[in-house]
Design a protein around this ligand. Structure first.
Ligand code: GDP
Ligand code: GDP
Length: 433
């Protein structure tokens, strides 16, 4: 879901505007755990178009000591936002603080809408003129207090959202990653190592339900979200053992993410719970990288042995890259980043219909599929249904015949041409109509 972000110096009426817009729309308001003050977001639907409205809070552009942290967070949101509503105050007039905010918005000028609030008296619209000096387009007069001009403003927002969509096509939201693994394998250490100095306030993840929070993570210029499993709600009441906890959290995190980094302890080796979490990833049909952490104490041949052990233990995830790292020393992290980018490409893999069918023909001409109960399986036609992970619909002679052995054969053949490291391939079989 696209984000519309309210920014501006304190007291111009951002939160009044936020409340004015969201209250009547019966939006779900979520409190985003900031540090002490929150970035509020709510889902808004206007003219059938839904977007997420976020209030950057009263700090940005002010001189609060907490400003630094919030600023980093708001700046990340500026990049993501589809529309930025820059709110200024008609009663106070143009202030140097507004000019400071305007400077920061300059790089995003094409998605800024300048909103002049507190124009309570419609006969005094001329007060907006001085704001032309900000050089951010036509100022739109509104009154959050009285509701004047708010509908027009929402029309303009929706128009902008529609325009952006038509122009650039539907751009996909950033891929969501999660670090999974039993306690103490080094998930938080690895999160810190990956996020580095950029570690920002945990914030809601665009395009997810409201319980999903995480950190924006950039890998060589590509934007990701790191889903925060620690922040996930814990199951109430049940008295959980470590195993139960890990499994529940893994399931919850998987539901919210596209790519799981299954973290293993290189010192201890693979235990049953690791395999169990691997099984959850397989079942959830998510992208996966097997990360062996804590290899700092190990000799190269020991690392190699661990990698072989991991390969064998996760035989059911043969397509998963295995990467050895040390969150402590930073060793292997650049290889991990490359693996993330590679798997991201696999997850977003798209093949044209003619190419799919050429490949399916080729596979079938090469000896076809193993027969099941004396009957042979045949694919007539295939189309790609989606990505994240790549999903294909196959029109076949008999869906009942699509047994595991056939699926494995198809997948092995397919991966010889398109290896898609780290990504499961999902097949949906339909009878040819
Ligand atoms: P924020 O810090 O930008 O979120 O600003 P607030 O929403 O907290 O508003 C700051 C002050 O401006 C409050 O006292 C509001 O009541 C007042 N205010 C907000 N919108 C309007 C408006 O449209 N007209 C008038 N007269 N006052 C407003
Ligand atoms: P989590 O429970 O999976 O989040 O694990 P933590 O990140 O809290 O780490 C658990 C323990 O392992 C801590 O004492 C870390 O210092 C330690 N640790 C994490 N990563 C490494 C590593 O790469 N090498 C070594 N030697 N210790 C590590």
């Amino acid at each position: 879901m696209e984000t519309v972000l309210l920014v501006g110096r304190p007291n111009v009426g951002k939160s009044s505007l936020f409340n004015r817009i969201t209250r009547r729309r019966q939006a779900i308001v979520t409190e985003i755990p900031g540090t002490t003050r929150d970035i509020l977001c709510a889902e808004v639907t206007w003219q059938g178009r839904s977007f997420r409205l976020c209030d950057s809070g009263g700090l940005w552009g002010g001189d609060d000591p907490l400003q630094k942290e919030v600023e980093a967070r708001v700046e990340a949101l500026l990049g993501e936002a589809a529309v930025i509503l820059f709110v200024v105050d008609a009663k106070e007039g143009l202030s140097p603080l507004d000019e400071g905010v305007a400077e920061k918005l300059r790089p995003y000028a094409e998605k800024v809408l300048l909103v002049v609030n507190k124009v309570d008296d419609p006969s005094r619209r001329e007060v907006v003129f001085e704001f032309y000096r900000l050089g951010l387009g036509d100022p739109q007069p509104v009154s959050a207090a009285h509701g004047r001009g708010v509908a027009d403003l929402l029309d303009m927002v929706v128009e902008r959202l529609g325009g952006a969509k038509g122009d650039e096509g539907e751009r996909e939201a950033p891929l969501r990653l999660t670090l999974l693994g039993r306690p103490n394998v080094g998930k938080s250490s690895l999160a810190n190592a990956l996020l580095g100095e950029d570690r920002q306030i945990v914030s809601p993840i665009p395009g997810t339900t409201r319980d999903a929070v995480g950190w924006p993570l950039e890998v060589e210029g590509t934007a990701f979200w790191l889903v925060d499993t620690a922040g996930l709600r814990r199951p109430g009441r049940v008295k959980p053992g470590i195993e139960f906890f890990s499994v529940r959290r893994a399931e919850e995190a998987l539901r919210l993410s596209h790519l799981a980094l299954l973290v293993l302890d290189g010192k201890e080796g693979v235990v049953a719970l690791d395999q169990r979490i691997g099984g959850l990833i397989q079942k959830a049909q998510k992208g996966v990288i097997l990360v062996i952490n804590k290899v700092d104490g190990l000799r190269p041949e020991e690392v190699k042995k661990r990698e072989e052990e991991v390969r064998a233990a996760f035989y059911f995830l043969p397509f998963a890259p295995v990467v050895s790292v040390s969150a402590l020393t930073g060793k292997g992290l650049s290889r991990l980043r490359r693996a993330v980018l590679e798997v991201a490409r696999s997850l977003d893999f798209i093949l044209s219909t003619p190419e799919i069918n050429r490949l399916l023909q080729e596979i079938q001409n090469k000896g076809g599929f193993p027969s099941v109960h004396g009957r042979s399986f045949r694919i007539y036609y295939g189309v790609q249904k989606g990505t994240r992970p790549p999903t294909f619909t196959l029109f076949v002679n008999d869906p009942e015949l699509f047994h595991f052995s056939i699926q494995r054969h198809l997948e092995n053949q397919w991966r010889q041409r398109h290896p898609l490291p780290g990504a499961p391939i999902v097949w949906e079989v339909r009878p040819r109509s």
